[in-house]
Write a protein that binds this ligand. Structure first.
Ligand code: ADP
Ligand code: NI
Length: 220
């Protein structure tokens, strides 16, 4: 249960990603998810639970379509890596379940019920979309996607479907209102909620400052 192979696989496949889904993102998620797990699930915490949290954190974006052009094959590779780990089948299945069902976009139309370990990884991933790092990642993603910083002519859209989220023309400032400011109310854990609220306040301050400097209307 050393995680070395899993970390190497993650590092290899997320070495450089200009959309904010790089290996440092995986490392931050792993660190934060562990902290949430030991804090929020103290009484149920187990060594294998902690292993699941770390493994799922490192692997969660390796199968993301933004990171791989061949999700099916990447998932096959993840299964092989996991089959070589000395863990029981339920833990292996849980890691696979978490990484396939935790994403924001997959939970817009359905609400997948994750294990406690999955809830921690999902919260940590969402926290990394918030605060100073969240702001940086949003603009990195926007630049890479060829999206404008802001455009007074493009209005904020209410996101109801996976398709709305993935395919409508947005701006990075609108993305804050369409998704990022809503994350705090969808957190699973006590620590996740608390930290999301702190980071969201910081983003609201950023948006007020942005509004003052640019004159772009604050939508909240
Ligand atoms: P998930 O993988 O959970 O479905 P995404 O990959 O869509 O979530 O989002 C991960 C991060 O990428 C977001 O939190 C945000 O920082 C950035 N991102 C995604 N879509 C956009 C967008 N349209 N504009 C700016 N940033 C975005
Ligand atoms: Ni992620």
């Amino acid at each position: 249960m050393s995680l070395d192979d899993i970390k190497s696989f993650s590092k290899e496949n997320m070495a450089f990603d200009p959309t904010g889904h790089d290996f440092l993102h995986a490392q931050r998620v792993a660190k934060l998810a562990q902290k949430i797990y030991t804090e929020d699930f103290k009484k149920d915490e187990t060594d294998i639970g902690l292993y699941v949290v770390k493994a799922a954190s490192y692997l969660h974006d390796t199968i993301d379509e933004k990171v791989t052009a061949d999700k099916k094959n990447r998932l096959r590779e993840v299964r092989i890596i996991l089959s070589h780990e000395n863990i029981a089948t339920p833990a292996r299945e849980d890691i696979l379940d978490i990484i396939q069902h935790m994403s924001y976009s997959d939970n817009i139309e359905h609400h997948y019920q994750l294990s406690n370990e999955g809830k921690c990884v999902q919260d940590a991933d969402r926290l990394d979309a918030l605060g100073a790092i969240g702001i940086a990642r949003a603009f990195a993603y926007g630049g890479h996607a060829g999206q404008e910083i802001y455009d007074p002519k493009i209005s904020v859209k209410e996101i109801k479907t996976h398709d709305d989220y993935r395919h409508h023309k947005s701006t990075t400032i609108n993305h804050f209102y369409e998704k990022l400011l809503k994350l705090a109310s969808s957190m699973n854990t006590r620590m996740g909620k608390q930290e999301a609220s702190r980071r969201t306040k910081y983003m609201r301050d950023f948006l007020s400052e942005f509004q003052m400097e640019t004159g772009v209307k604050d939508e909240t």
